[in-house]
Design a protein around this ligand. Sequence first.
Ligand SMILES: [Zn+2]
Ligand SMILES: [Zn+2]
Ligand SMILES: [Zn+2]
Length: 434
Amino acid sequence: MFCWRNEWIHPFESMWSIFEKFKFANQVNSIEILCEFGTERVKNLKVLDGSEIRNLYSMEGFDINLLTKAFTFNVIEHNTYSLETIVDVLKRKYFGYECFFHDTFVYCQICMSEGHHSLFHQFKLLRKCPFHMCELIYNCPNCKNKIRYMLLRDKELKPFMCICGHLLFRRSVGWINLWSTKRIINDPLLLEWLNHSNRGRRLYFYENKIWENIRGLEMCLEVLEKSYIAEESNRNLNTRINKVEYGWELNDKLYALVIDVFKSIDRHIKKSLKSEHKYCLNKTRKYFYNRNVEKNCECSVAYMTWRNTLLVADPKYWEYIHLGVRPTKFNHGFAIPFLMIHEQIDHFVDYWRMNKEIKTTKDVTALKWMIGRITGALLIAYWRVCQNAVIESRENKNTLGRDSLSKALLIQAPCIILHMYPRLVVHMYKIRVL
Ligand SMILES: [Zn+2]
Ligand SMILES: [Zn+2]
Ligand SMILES: [Zn+2]
């Protein structure tokens, strides 16, 4: 029999927290936990080495029945459900939880003084404790090292202890009540975030730029709350196909699609500038060919920068400068036009293929629809980047070079987060939850 109360487990409490409480209440160490609750395979190991058996996200080293019996509660289900709820809109097939949660231990000082640690603290999009709104701590206050987020191996370690011997939670009396206190989420952004869970919407973003952005969570929410993005690209996308297309043929179609979206957005921007800037557009165009001509209109400089950096300096430039030319029938390597954005589109297609096999006509339609959207969103984001770059170049900063423009577009990456409509997409695009 173990000493345990179910009211000590709170919503979204981490397995680290649950195990440390268990160790504390029963005066056991991590090795004894593994010996008691490990799977058959773990129990047969000569040395309880290896980090995978002590992983507190996947919990693969632990036996679900033994744990459920001891805790009279399915703690593994609690853990999985909490993790899945937090990352529902970000979920990708084949991506481990370590993609969204820190692999080192992150905690809140006030929570820890009550012996509580939450999966919210581990979630990369949060920078404050959602219960106390204070900054999170990433290192041990004593040895200043990072603590790995896992069941630590050392036999000598007391509960809530860093490997340097520092106790993160120390209390000899009153802890039973402390552990049973209910906690309220005070972070409005997190509440909003959790509201989006299980609605079938998925966010796509390029690389992991979003984790580095302090406004990452806000930016995600902004996109989630919009009903759609990249309206401009909408018109071209009513493509209907009768048979499943794949391989080179599909590659060619996607290539053409990206060019079509470019043309449509190009037309749109030009039209919006034409009435006021007809004369200066002409002049600026001359400037771009002959630097002796004076440039004086920022709007048209921004436009020419946008168009030229997309088209010129691209090895394939001459193939699509006359945009009427259709792409080759030799698109074996899945080439995507426009050097400035092709990497992002490639990344998206990889993401898509990773999550969904292209099997039916519906899959192809969905993929085309999304590539159209993402291309549109990227081109519009890039248009904003160019406008800002022109404004910044007033102070003689070299913001109009290809490198700095491309960098600026990367920082904009969260704005290409894709809102996948439940209405249109969910039935064709569903990532199975574990
Ligand atoms: Zn806290
Ligand atoms: Zn330490
Ligand atoms: Zn002008």
